[in-house]
Design a protein around this ligand. Structure first.
Ligand code: F6P
Length: 325
């Protein structure tokens, strides 16, 4: 418990629940009588020395807010040795003896390199809607994003039904299909097109045909942005060229998925992980990500969290197929 000064930052794409993590980190530091500094705009702020001293009241009222009060950035300069050296000099000059980073795989990669090159003790907390990190069942923001997608597709379903239309809905997730798979099941999609699978256009067309035979009045095809079949517009074209009479519409949900008040699950998990990150750091842990696996806290080496593939529950895809009949 010899550490005295701890810094926290959010980096990469923001996710709902990042504020809940910041609150937990700051208040746990105060609880253990440590000084805590927020770094503004992620690694950019770290390299520019943009730090602010925080206390328990600095984080009042943020538990329910989306986004991140510390701001975020995707920093190209921090990817360089020179950039990380600049950041390390700032941390050392401010006598920071532990850094907590909140973000996705790019953020955790940066933290690992900072630790490897400059010996700065670091702990990562998974904050991304993509859910693509190994060592935690659910990244903070994933549950909220899935709930947002569910609400949007439910609304699309109403209008799809009224007009007997087929909608192709593109969701985020970069090169991972977690959001698509989860929201496809929760909204009763006809098909779910994932980056992890080689779905062919013929398979989609077969499902569309089956739907028509079974007198379905609306169809939703959920496609992950990183899927291998192509853009939703290309998929739409292929369907129309085979079935010109089908009324096909495309909706790209985009950044609406990143905003909003975090769900109860994200708030609770964010609180657990925020406390665990500070306690882990104070107990000498470093170069690890803290996560929840089967409801148990686990510290996974950053390199493993980034490079091991987070498992997608393919059973859900089979279930969706059965239920879309
Ligand atoms: O990683 C989160 C994420 O929202 C991805 O799902 C998406 O591909 C990407 O970020 C979008 O990034 P940006 O907001 O920089 O366009």
């Amino acid at each position: 418990m010899s550490k005295k000064n701890i810094a926290v930052l959010t980096s990469g794409g923001d996710s709902p629940g990042m504020n809940a993590i910041i609150r937990a980190v700051v208040r746990t530091c105060v609880f253990y009588d440590k000084n805590v500094f927020g770094v503004i705009r992620g690694y950019d702020g770290l390299m520019e020395g943009d730090f602010m001293s925080m206390n328990a009241r600095s984080v009042k009222g943020i538990l329910s807010q989306g986004g991140t009060i510390l701001k975020s950035a995707r920093s190209d300069f921090f990817r360089t040795i020179e950039g990380r050296k600049k950041a390390a000099i700032n941390l050392k000059s401010k006598k920071i003896d532990g850094l907590i980073v909140i973000g996705g795989d790019g953020t955790l990669t940066g933290a690992h390199l900072l630790n490897e090159e400059h010996g700065i003790p670091v702990i990562g907390i998974p904050g991304t809607i993509d859910n693509d990190l190994f060592g935690t069942d659910s990244t903070i923001g994933f549950d909220t994003a899935c709930n947002t997608v569910k609400s949007c597709i439910d609304k699309i379903r109403d209008t799809a039904n009224s007009h007997n239309r087929l909608f192709i809905v593109e969701v985020m997730g970069r090169d991972a299909g977690f959001i698509a798979l989860n929201s496809g099941v929760s909204t009763g999609a006809l098909e779910i097109v994932l980056p992890e699978m080689n779905t062919s256009i013929d398979e989609l067309l077969e499902s569309v045909e089956r739907g028509a035979k079974n007198k379905k009045t609306s169809n939703i095809i959920v496609v992950a942005e990183g899927n291998r079949l192509g853009s939703p517009f290309e998929i739409s074209k292929s369907i129309i060229s085979r079935y010109p009479k089908i009324d096909v519409k495309v909706t790209i949900l985009g950044h609406v998925q990143r905003g909003g008040s975090p769900s109860s699950l994200d708030r609770v998990n964010a609180s657990i992980l925020g406390v665990a990150a500070v306690e882990g750091l104070l107990n000498g842990k470093s170069d690890v990500m803290v996560g929840l696996v089967n409801n148990h806290l686990e510290y996974t080496f950053l390199q493993q969290a980034i490079f091991n593939k987070a498992p997608l529950n393919m059973e859900l895809h089979r279930i969706a197929k059965i239920l879309s009949i």
